[in-house]
Design a protein around this ligand. Structure first.
Ligand code: TXA
Ligand code: MG
Length: 350
């Protein structure tokens, strides 16, 4: 079932109904500021199992737990490192997920057997109201099929999961559009396992320089074979074959033009993900263009990225060519998702 909800001032009766569903062990998809989450009672192992089944997600991939009050950290985590308080004061509610030692009472099903847990407080009135009303932490991965692009609208959730979700709260498109930054505080040194909505530059005045480690095996990852399973190659993927072009502006766009010619010569339909300024470069080309917005404003680019990938898939293109947007600020998260969507097909031009 789908219910429209006011994203600024969620209707109480709708929140009550959704919270009741969570308490009964059901699955509720809800908007956060990053992407839509597929939520269940984090303290109910059977409900958590339903998340894995609905997403077709391997049970070795741990799920983020969402809370609405810092005090509730102690329900899901223990032995909190001192930085936890500083970071939560600065960045919560917001797109920062902290990896902390797991509390005993939280089922290891949520954390895929790890003794750490991922926790965040989302910055969205619907998400916060739902967690409060349910009176329990809510486990929620992104509400897409495993390996697919994360959903930024309720429509995307329906397209991927449909009847597998008991209730979908439609609060409109999400604001940030890429997932939260995952910061591991469980080891000696803090490590970013996934760049996301909270920029590395914003973290460094508090934490100093933070290592980015999106691929190395370490700690909990030793058991899993990777640091953070969402960081496996070919994740966040559209169905079409995507290639990322990186490098100096003009050379990058020229290389994209050359690739278009090759694709068209072999009869492949091409979709482009480009900035508004780039459109003129592809004038007259028989390609489908998704305009992500002006090159220098990364916020709307991130917000549109996943919807644009889905839109190109829907129009049936076989190949998607994307330009890079650098690695400053949100660019790092954008590049991370594009590199993964490309599954290694990255053209670097100097
Ligand atoms: O913005 C977001 O983070 C969204 C919204 C719904 O909150 N959620 C989200 O969840 O993206 P998910 O499950 O799609 O991605 C969570 C990432 C995965 O890469 C997962 O492997 C990692 O966090 N993760 C979760 N628990 C972990 C742990 N204990 N240690 C290391 N990585 C962990
Ligand atoms: Mg996900």
């Amino acid at each position: 079932m789908l219910l429209k909800v006011n994203s600024m001032q969620p209707e109480q009766d709708i929140i009550r109904q959704a919270a009741e569903a969570i308490r009964r062990g059901r699955l509720v998809a809800f908007p956060t500021e990053t992407v839509y989450g597929l939520g269940a009672d984090a303290l109910n192992p059977e409900a958590v199992d339903r998340i894995f089944a609905a997403k077709e997600r391997p049970s070795c991939d741990p799920i983020i737990v969402h809370i609405a009050r810092v005090e509730d950290l102690c329900i899901v985590a223990r032995d909190l490192p001192p930085q936890t308080y500083v970071l939560s004061r600065h960045f919560w509610p917001g797109p920062l997920t902290l990896i902390l030692p797991r509390a005993e009472m939280l089922s290891a099903r949520v954390t895929a057997g790890l003794d750490t847990v991922a926790v965040r407080m989302p910055d969205h009135p619907v998400a916060l109201a739902l967690i409060r009303a349910a009176e329990t932490p809510i486990a929620a991965p992104s509400a897409n099929l495993f390996g697919h692009v994360s959903p930024t609208t309720a429509r995307h959730v329906i397209d991927d999961l449909g009847e597998r979700v008991d209730l979908i709260l439609d609060g409109g498109p999400t604001r940030i559009g890429v997932e939260s930054t995952v910061l591991d505080l469980s080891g000696e040194e803090p490590v970013i396992l996934r760049p996301g909505g909270t920029n590395r530059e914003a973290l460094s005045p508090i934490m100093g320089e933070i290592t980015l480690n999106v691929s190395a095996r370490q700690r909990g990852g030793e058991k899993l074979g990777f640091a953070s399973p969402g960081l496996m190659e070919r994740h966040y993927s559209p169905r079409a074959e995507l290639t990322l072009f990186r490098g100096a502006e003009w050379k990058m766009l020229t290389a994209m033009r050359a690739r278009i010619h090759e694709c068209l010569a072999t009869g492949k339909e091409v979709g482009l993900l480009v900035a508004s300024e780039d459109r003129v470069v592809f004038d007259g080309y028989p390609v489908i263009i998704e305009d992500l917005g002006p090159r220098d404003n990364l916020d709307p680019i991130a917000a549109r990225l996943f919807a644009a990938m889905r839109a190109l898939d829907e129009q049936g293109v076989k190949v998607i060519l994307v330009r890079g947007f650098g690695t400053a600020g949100l660019g790092l998260a954008i590049e991370d998702r594009l590199t993964r969507a490309a599954g290694g097909r990255v053209v670097e031009i100097h």
